[in-house]
Design a protein around this ligand. Structure first.
Ligand code: UD1
Ligand code: UDP
Length: 380
């Protein structure tokens, strides 16, 4: 039996790794050594709990106001100590966080093959998203197997000289997670949210956390939301606030005292996907939310100037609007008040996955280890 060590540390990695871990644990071929860095804490633990994942090792690295170098060094040091007595056959990392790149580097230094889930996303700008664009490129340099979610991400890897035989297009595992959870209609733990759901009022769902948007841009987002709330009293703006105090200090002051703005703690994934499915539209700078909302037919305004996820932009359900305060107000107003425009964006599309990404991932790993063969690739 081969041992596979998934290493992850943040909320989106946990969500996207969960279907893979569940599939590995169901396979008689593999033993899974689940390792979390704890780059996030509450936001990580609530995902593991939902998917029934109990980590075997927890590096517990989170510090308030942590630096990128601190995340990197504490992860490498923690894995170094772990690899001294636990040597997996493969280390599995997901995406582009500093946890994932640090884990890939630590494994590479120990001669352990790295498998990269969600490989090949590229914005083309090393400063946006920062540091994620550089993180995923570094991991791409040292991975033995690249699991690209889409054909476009495979093309990015080929253009960088990655061997075609080392790439498999799997679809994104976030769609596996979404499909497993969204139908469950889990209750909201915040009674205010249950009231919002019961009234049937239009919901604008907002999330923001990107490092390059912190500061002035995020303060502008707060002011834009306040203007929208005042102009649209029948609308409810729901903002599950990221745990990062830097984000909260920038966005929340402008929203204080507005009766149609509901700020919540980070929602458990089941609650968030329920909110996503009842929302009228979504305003976000999140990567994962950009991938999930299109499959539920929700128009998404992305508060970034570029994206490494062009598929839903091409399909017409996502628009990149940047972070300019006036532009945010104008674009939300247009979606709320121009029915034709809304309908043109509210088409359910699934460019990111079909729910079988985890099965393709496990099959590709079995081929890498010589105990199986890959499945047919995802085509959107
Ligand atoms: C990280 C990832 C980013 C990913 C995001 C998902 C890096 C460099 N960044 O950014 O790619 O999109 O996660 O949310 O890897 N905090 C808590 N508890 C938590 C989580 C965060 O208190 O459960 C606070 C801490 O004060 C921490 C701060 O949030 O210092 C920032 O967390 P960090 O992981 O450094 O950055 P994110 O912006 O969350
Ligand atoms: N999410 C969640 N609860 C929330 C906000 C988001 O479960 O309160 C989920 C969301 O469905 C998506 C993921 O978290 O799958 C996105 O995480 P985040 O925006 O923090 O990171 P990114 O995807 O930008 O790296």
């Amino acid at each position: 039996m081969h041992s596979i060590m998934p290493v992850f540390g943040t909320r989106p990695e946990a969500i996207k790794m969960a279907p893979v871990i569940n599939a590995l644990e169901d396979s008689p071929l593999f033993r899974c050594i689940v390792t979390v860095t704890g780059q996030h804490r509450a936001m990580l633990d609530q995902v593991n709990e939902l998917f029934g994942i109990v980590p075997d090792h927890d590096l517990n690295i989170l510090q308030q106001g942590q630096s990128l170098s601190g995340i990197l060094t504490r992860t490498v040091d923690g894995l170094e100590a772990l690899f001294a007595h636990t040597r997996p056959d493969v280390v599995l990392v997901q995406g582009d966080t500093t946890t994932s790149t640090a884990a890939a580097v630590a494994a590479f230094y120990h001669g352990i093959p790295v498998v990269h889930v969600e490989a090949g996303l590229r914005s083309g700008n090393p400063l946006s998203p920062f540091p994620e664009e550089a993180n995923r490129k570094i991991t791409g340099q040292i991975a033995s197997l690249h699991l690209a979610p889409t054909r476009a991400s495979k093309a990015n890897l080929l253009a960088e000289g990655v061997n075609a035989a080392d790439i498999v297009v799997t679809g994104n595992t976030v769609i596996d997670a979404l499909l497993a959870i969204v139908g469950k209609e889990l209750p909201f733990s915040d009674p205010e949210l249950e009231r919002v759901a019961a009234t049937g009022r239009k919901v604008l769902l907002v999330t923001t956390h990107r490092r390059e948007n912190q500061g002035d841009a995020m303060r502008g987002v707060g002011r834009a939301l306040a203007r929208i709330a005042d102009a649209e009293p029948d609308l409810v703006i729901v903002l599950p606030a990221h745990k990062n105090p830097v984000v909260r200090e920038a966005v929340l002051p402008a929203l204080a005292g507005r009766p149609n703005v509901l700020v919540t703690e980070p929602l458990a994934y089941g609650e968030f996907t329920r909110l996503l499915s009842l929302a009228h539209l979504v305003l976000t700078d999140s990567g994962g939310v950009q991938e999930e909302a299109p499959s539920l037919g929700k128009p998404v305004l992305v508060m970034r100037d570029n994206t490494e996820r062009p598929e839903a932009v091409d399909a017409g359900t996502v628009t990149l609007i940047g972070t300019d305060e006036d532009r945010i107000v104008t674009e939300v107003d247009r979606l709320l008040n121009d029915r034709e425009h809304y309908d043109s964006m509210a088409t359910a599309v699934n460019p990111y996955g079909d729910g079988s990404a985890a099965a393709r991932t496990v099959a590709a790993i079995s081929e890498l280890l010589g105990v199986g063969s890959r499945l047919g690739e995802f085509t959107s």
